[in-house]
Design a binder for this molecule. Structure first.
Ligand SMILES: [Zn+2]
Length: 66
């Protein structure tokens, strides 16, 4: 029997392809930085919602809040 396969697997960051040892088996990135960058890459940098009039008001108010 060899049960080491599950824990001994090598992991490579999905973003920078660096090899890393995940603390949890579900991790796919070497660091939170890579995880976030990948998120932005997939979702776009701007947080613009689709042009819907429902959430347009708050964005304009914030403009001169300071
Ligand atoms: Zn990485």
């Amino acid at each position: 029997m060899h049960m080491a396969d599950l824990t001994d697997r090598q992991h490579y960051c999905k973003y920078c392809s660096k090899e890393f040892k995940p603390e949890r088996s579900t991790r796919r990135y070497c660091s939170d930085g890579c995880r976030i960058k990948m998120w932005y890459k997939r979702n776009g940098r701007s947080r613009r919602n689709r042009k819907s009039s429902s959430s347009g008001r708050k964005a304009k108010q914030k403009k001169q809040a300071e």
